[in-house]
Write a protein that binds this ligand. Structure first.
Ligand SMILES: O=C(CO)[C@@H](O)[C@H](O)COP(=O)(O)O
Ligand SMILES: [Fe+2]
Length: 223
């Protein structure tokens, strides 16, 4: 497994898109080493968000800070989009196991681009769905809300699920959590085995996003 930054990964889904570069710089300056980028196609999930051109626009400032661009593809047939995001500067590309019958192929495409692959499971997907994929990905992301929107409450059943996921994954991949992560939920996720903590609204909707980043990082054990 390649070296992967652990700790809090701010999700720009909740940032002010009119000031996107500035908002990314704010959390990079606070110490973020992963910037999470949510891509939604209006099919796999109802909303439509951003695509490779926006990724390309922010990637240089992320790389200049020594950080990585973490692209979460909530799109049907993600294998159609891997090339574009890899070329746009994505460092890690995460594909939903539910989004294609060819998830192993999509992971292979990501690796062939020299990028880091990850696989994502929704709340309703059992951890066993990644059993045949753990050895070909760097990260397994466990959705702790249903995908599609920021600002939803953390699903408490996720803690027990993370325990089952950690038992399956062991040290073969990092475990990332995404959805409802804040200073209250990050600690229990860390205790259950998570090492990468995506947080959107808890950072960008806070009065002081930098303070919020530090509070969540401390709660996660990366303060
Ligand atoms: O993938 C998603 C939503 O589908 C996330 O990455 C959100 O951006 C998380 O937002 P918060 O729950 O932290 O507000
Ligand atoms: Fe996400």
């Amino acid at each position: 497994m390649t070296t992967i930054p652990r700790g809090v990964a701010p999700s720009i889904l909740s940032a002010d898109f009119a000031r996107l570069g500035e908002q990314v710089d704010l959390v990079l300056d606070a110490g973020a080493r992963t910037i999470h980028f949510d891509v939604m196609d209006g099919h796999f999930v109802p909303p439509i968000t951003v695509g490779p051109e926006v990724a390309k626009a922010i990637a240089p400032r992320i790389h200049a800070a020594g950080a990585i661009l973490d692209v979460h593809l909530m799109v049907e047939r993600p294998e159609r989009h891997v090339d574009a995001f890899a070329e746009a500067g994505a460092d890690r590309i995460l594909v939903q196991v539910e989004s294609t019958p060819n998830v192993h192929y999509a992971i292979r495409q990501i690796r062939d681009h020299g990028r880091s692959p990850g696989v994502v499971i929704n709340p309703g997907t059992p951890v066993d769905a990644v059993a045949e994929l753990v050895d070909v990905v760097d990260v397994v992301l466990c959705m702790t809300v249903n995908p599609g929107w920021g600002g939803q409450p953390f699903l408490e059943s996720s803690i027990a699920k993370l325990g089952r996921l950690k038992a399956l994954v062991g040290d073969r991949a990092e475990i990332e959590v995404d959805g409802g992560v804040d200073a209250g939920t990050a600690g229990p996720c860390a205790e259950a085995g998570a090492t990468i903590f995506v947080a959107g609204s808890a950072i960008f909707h806070a009065d002081d996003p930098v303070a919020a980043f530090h509070q969540i990082s401390t709660a996660a054990g990366y303060g």
